[in-house]
Write a protein that binds this ligand. Structure first.
Ligand SMILES: Cc1ncc(COP(=O)(O)O)c(C=O)c1O
Length: 382
């Protein structure tokens, strides 16, 4: 009989040991494109960054404008600055997300107002209005796992109270809401190209901006507050009148992004096929429900396969005893001291889900046979 493993004894698995939770998606042209860049004068921010921005923009963001940056977190920070969020302004955010959604608000000194989640772990659009005060400046939503939030309600609140709507679409590249591609509608949307996202540039991100008048400012904030074009023309005496950051993307990163976009449609289809397969093979299995599966007006980007399960610890141990990784990935953010600590009883849906959600393997290396195997293990019971 296999010895039951304790949860504390579950270090990350190696790829050859079983079905791992995440794996980078490296496109076939990556090495060639990197070699080409390494043989040019530009390895930092150069012409390939602009090429990547154009490619991205026409596919995901038009009529917004796209700005490539060093990480998704950089993109979020820039969006908060461009939304003119000031110290003590209030910003409504979901209580359940990656900490990267919220930490840049602390850079600014804004007040984070957590909102409960819905049954799909997205922000509960019906709970937002009660949180709006005179100090509210923006609403940030996160399309958790790749399922778009209830955007009509958010845009309506934005119009009604004159608030900026910022979409954290780190998980949602290629997702659609009522036919509209995510990234093309709100004041700001951000994407992440960190190691295990649909598109990876090692680390990187994209900010899409609705107001064309903010684009030049965004470019300056991306690079110390300096107008790079003027500098490149040799005009060194241009003043710096705003504090900027070093948030640019490099050409090395951009070519990885370009190579990934060339294969994006196939990759998204693969992920969506696996998601659908999980739904089929786990339909009717007692004690498990797949999150975010029941929407006809939204196209899921299938970054994460998250399920709600009974007895999560035993579920994880059971999978691991069969060499299958699983994890929570993100945690409720009010557990962290930097965000003020736990707010007991304020988020009933979060409280109910806290010990029940689990993420299962779904990525470029997972096959439909792997999903069948995972389902077989689950069906044995845990
Ligand atoms: C929901 C969410 N927002 C923001 C980020 C930050 O993106 P990055 O890691 O590219 O800075 C991540 C993480 O990858 C994320 O999962």
């Amino acid at each position: 009989m296999t010895k039951e493993k304790s949860l504390d004894e579950l270090p990350l698995m190696e790829t050859h040991e079983g079905i791992v939770l995440f794996h980078p998606n490296i496109p076939k042209n990556a090495v060639q494109y990197l070699e080409n860049v390494l043989n040019t004068r530009w390895i930092g921010q150069g012409p390939r960054v602009e090429e990547f921005e154009h490619m991205f923009n026409s596919k995901f963001a038009y009529p917004c404008k796209s700005l490539a940056v060093g990480s998704g977190t950089d993109a979020l920070h820039l969006s908060y600055l461009l939304a003119d969020i000031q110290p003590d302004d209030e910003v409504i955010v979901p209580v359940f997300t990656c900490t990267a959604t919220n930490i840049p608000l602390l850079y600014i000194g804004a007040k984070i107002v957590f909102c409960d989640i819905d049954e799909n772990l997205n922000i509960d659009a019906n709970a937002i209005e009660d949180l709006i005060t005179e100090k509210t400046k923006a609403i940030v939503c996160v399309h958790y796992g790749g399922l778009p939030c209830d955007m009509d309600k958010l845009w309506e609140l934005g119009r009604k109270y004159d608030l900026k709507i910022i979409e954290d679409a780190a998980h949602a590249l290629g997702a659609r809401y009522k036919g509209k591609i995510i990234g093309s509608e709100s004041d700001f949307s951000m994407f992440s190209f960190q190691a295990i996202k649909h598109v990876t540039t090692g680390d990187g991100g994209m900010l899409t901006i609705k107001d064309p008048e903010l684009v030049e400012k965004a470019k300056r904030l991306r690079w110390f507050g300096i107008d790079r074009l003027k500098k490149q023309k040799g005009i060194w005496e241009n003043d710096i009148v705003e504090v900027g950051y070093k948030y640019q993307m490099t050409d090395l990163a951009a070519v990885l992004g370009i190579a990934s976009l060339e294969e994006f449609d196939e990759h998204l289809e693969h992920r969506q096929r696996l998601y659908k397969k999980y739904c089929e093979v786990l339909a009717g299995v007692e004690g498990i429900r797949i999150i975010g599966a029941e929407y006809e007006d939204r196209e899921h980007a299938a970054w994460l396969l998250t399920a709600e399960v009974d007895d999560r610890d035993n579920f994880m141990r059971h999978l691991r005893n069969h060499d299958i990784e699983s994890a929570q990935v993100h945690y409720r953010n009010d557990r962290y001291t930097i965000f003020g600590g736990r707010q007991e009883g304020k988020f009933p849906n979060m409280d109910r889900m806290e010990d029940r959600y689990i993420v299962l393997p779904l990525h470029a290396k997972v096959t439909e046979c792997d999903v069948e195997r995972i389902a077989e293990v689950i069906r044995k019971g845990w």
